[in-house]
Design a protein around this ligand. Structure first.
Ligand code: UD1
Ligand code: UDP
Length: 376
């Protein structure tokens, strides 16, 4: 019997972090031939993750362009994958989450009548324009998927409500926890000396990120103005902002947050230092999806710089609050967490609704089960 060919397709930083444990698990099984195709929707931010987890892609579409539009990404991924899928003829393509690579990857597989497995399936905000375009990407990917790997019970419920059959859904936990557990180290030393020198004992270190497309423009201006005001008024805080490589984010941040003595804008951190910095921070401010899953596992309060979330589990557990994108509310919530110890302690609980570090194992076991009767 020949091997089951599984082709993992991903292209951005978060997909790489969360697919790395799955790729490593696929590689362990004799009956599986694991093929990796990166679209490189991101370049530098993707490559650092590939290096960390020692993943050498078999195919690299290298599509990233500065300031790329959604149509450009979609069409370049579709055209590039057509050739690769024709050549490899995998039994199943695995895509992850909700990026444009995810949706275009699933569509390219569908066009070749290749089965799709969707890792991190079933997250829903309920608003097709927020996050944009991710909510549509994951819903559309779900329509093309044969095997849905749902991180939580809530994600599974969302899929059932959309008419997906229960036998096609596998509850796995989120592979983000698998990855996180591999990189957190008590005695971690940063390469960036600024991060070693921060006074973690006496100052409140606030780690922030911002990049969402629907926040570009006025919402991001409000967010940055709020953070600037709180930084100016509180000498005891130090804000660290590893900034996304998107030039639109960088220009606005330089304008509003630049030249402030307790705001440190630094280049994006590699995953290992970023995860360890989360572990040492006082709290997080973010519009990221993955950080809403990681920081609760580390017991760090998170203010989400968005109007909604598709990750309600940690909000229900009390570690995450939706701060929105209005200046006054963000200022008020930050001030509360900085000065009100009771409010802070109520949020600083390690909760882990997202997994136990075995999501990749469950994912691959389900794939083997799915193909067990097929003569590959
Ligand atoms: C993409 C995903 C988003 C995900 C995010 C993770 C889409 C539509 N968006 O958003 O869901 O949350 O990745 O970070 O799929 N850039 C570089 N080098 C890099 C990466 C980005 O220079 O390594 C710059 C480029 O100018 C690029 C821009 O950032 O054009 C935006 O990248 P893009 O992938 O289009 O969107 P993101 O905002 O990163
Ligand atoms: N991250 C990183 N370096 C950074 C910022 C974030 O490695 O400078 C990691 C973070 O730990 C998380 C992931 O990148 O695992 C989140 O990616 P991002 O915020 O770009 O995307 P999202 O999760 O919103 O899709």
């Amino acid at each position: 019997m020949s091997k089951i060919k599984i082709m993992s397709i991903f292209g951005t930083r978060p997909e790489a972090i969360k697919m790395a444990p799955v790729v490593k698990e696929l590689e362990k099984h004799e009956g599986i031939e694991s093929i990796v195709c990166v679209t490189a929707q991101h370049r530098e931010m993707l490559d650092q993750v590939l290096d960390l987890f020692q993943i050498k892609p078999d195919y690299d579409l290298n599509i990233m362009k500065a300031g790329q539009t959604l149509s450009e990404i979609t069409s370049r991924v579709l055209l590039g994958l057509e050739e690769v899928i024709k050549e490899v003829r995998p039994h199943m393509v695995l895509v992850h989450g909700d990026t444009t690579t995810t949706f275009a990857g699933a569509l390219a597989a569908f066009y070749q009548q290749v089965k799709v497995g969707h890792v991190e399936a079933g997250l829903r905000s309920g608003n097709i324009y927020s996050p944009y375009p991710e909510e549509a990407n994951r819903m559309l990917t779900g329509r093309l998927t044969h095997l849905h790997f749902a991180p939580t019970q809530g994600n599974k419920k969302n899929l059932l409500a959309e008419g997906i059959k229960e036998e096609n859904i596998v509850l796995t936990g989120n592979t983000v926890i698998d990855a996180l557990l591999q990189v957190i180290k008590e005695d971690y030393r940063f390469e960036n000396e600024l991060l070693n020198q921060l006074d973690y004992k006496n100052k409140k270190i606030i780690l922030m990120t911002a990049h969402r497309r629907e926040n570009l423009g006025e919402p991001m201006m409000n967010i940055f103005s709020a953070i600037r005001e709180v930084a100016d008024q509180n000498e005891e805080i130090e804000i660290v902002f590893p900034i996304h490589l998107n030039p639109q984010v960088r220009n606005l941040a330089a304008e509003i947050l630049g030249n402030t003595k307790n705001i440190h804008i630094i280049e994006p951190l590699d995953y290992e230092p970023f995860a360890n910095l989360q572990g040492r921070s006082y709290m997080l401010l973010t519009d990221s999806g993955g950080i809403q899953e990681e920081a609760p596992a580390l017991g760090k309060p998170v203010l989400v710089l968005r109007t909604e979330t598709e990750r309600p589990e940690a909000v229900e557990a009390g570690t995450v609050k939706i701060a929105g994108v209005e200046k006054n509310r963000i200022v008020a919530l930050m001030e509360e967490l900085i000065h009100d110890k009771v409010a802070y302690d109520q949020m600083a609980n390690a909760v882990n609704p997202y997994g136990d570090g075995k999501a990749a194992q469950r994912t691959v076991a389900a794939i083997l089960e799915y193909f067990k009767d097929e003569n590959c």
